[in-house]
Ligand binder design. Structure first.
Ligand code: DAH
Length: 335
């Protein structure tokens, strides 16, 4: 008996030797100390022994059991000490904080004002159908307005949306009237790149549908947005425009903040930047969204967020915005 108990201890030590995984050690522990282990068998055999033997072997077996437990526990402790990573608070970490992209900042500023005015922020898809990008917006197949937006058509019959305006239709279908939504997002057009043209840029769409909406409401919302972005009054002008999805349509321009209105490549030497086109929603668009134009009307607008960021931060080359050049892009922050 004594010999067997000694062997148990030495065998356990041998089996543990070199184990590095906690799970392996625990398996060994249950092999040597679990219900089906030899030591448990010996312990339960005690009850059948004579009183004399019980006295003799009882403490021997129990002590061996304790010894086996100690061996395993010590091994585990040692192993954990070796592998655990100690936190060294004497090391000085130089953590570089990230910053927001200028377009993210202006998108947040615009949505913040609109949210305060009760607008819901929605998010559309970048791969869109022709129906939502054009047809439902009163731009049928051969309409010349399609030429203004050189479109990337995809092999699967879809297209890369050229404007966020399709979200007007999605939102009317989803929420019905009355409605106040805005939808910021990425848009695509096949443009040759230069200081003021990109093939990938950002817009935010806005739409209000209710009873008795007037162009005054629209101008008020525009003013609030621009005041929030520029934190001061900016010179703006409103002129008639044309968009198939609004009637009447207008263009709101702001004086070019890059050149102060003198004329530069960004404003195509006009001194003005087209910033917020919009108008009263065309009855055909309301109908496409399932809303009765006899009962409801509304206004819509689209803001070029990329342009807005350029004006706000006086960025004179649109290409830096998609460049990923952190030397330039990491210097912006929310006011
Ligand atoms: N989607 C137009 C564009 O990209 C901008 C626009 C014009 C949006 C008039 C509107 C609108 O909602 O009413 O050129």
């Amino acid at each position: 008996m004594e010999k067997e108990l000694e062997e148990l201890q030495s065998n356990l030590k041998k089996s543990l030797n070199g184990l590095t995984k906690e799970a392996d050690v625990l398996n060994l522990k249950s092999e040597y100390l679990g219900k089906k282990s030899r030591i448990s068998e010996l312990l339960s055999g005690l009850k059948d022994m004579s009183n004399e033997d019980k006295r003799k072997y009882g403490s021997l077996i129990n002590n061996t059991k304790k010894e086996l437990e100690n061996i395993v526990n010590e091994y585990l402790e040692n192993m954990n000490n070796k592998t655990s990573i100690k936190f060294d608070d004497t090391i000085d970490f130089d953590i570089e904080l990230g910053s927001l992209h200028p377009i993210t900042i202006v998108a947040k500023e615009v949505t913040d004002v609109l949210k305060r005015m009760g607008f819901t922020v929605v998010s559309g898809v970048e791969m869109e159908s022709e129906y939502y990008n054009f047809e439902a917006l009163n731009v049928p197949k051969d309409h010349p307005a399609r030429d203004m937006q050189d479109t990337y058509y995809l092999d699967n019959g879809m297209l890369l949306r050229t404007q966020t305006s399709g979200d007007q239709i999605h939102s009317m279908e989803k929420f019905g009237a009355p409605l106040r939504i805005c939808s910021p997002g990425r848009t695509f057009r096949n443009e040759d790149l230069d200081a003021s043209h990109e093939n990938t840029f950002f817009q935010i769409e806005g739409m209000v549908i209710d009873k008795g909406i007037t162009i005054e409401n629209l101008i008020f919302v525009m003013r609030e947005i621009l005041r929030e972005i520029f934190k001061r009054d900016v010179e703006v002008r409103l002129r008639p425009g044309f968009f198939p999805f609004t009637e009447p349509s207008y263009e709101l321009d702001c004086s070019c903040l890059i050149c102060g209105g003198k004329g530069c490549p960004t404003c195509k030497n006009s001194g003005w930047i087209e910033l917020v086109p919009g108008g009263m929603v065309h009855p055909n668009v309301l109908k496409a969204g399932g809303i009765d134009p006899e009962v409801y009307n509304g206004f819509a607008f689209g803001i070029g967020l990329t342009r807005l960021a350029m004006m706000k931060y006086k960025i004179n080359d649109i290409r830096v915005l998609n460049s990923g050049d952190l030397r330039y892009l990491s210097h912006f922050d929310i006011d």
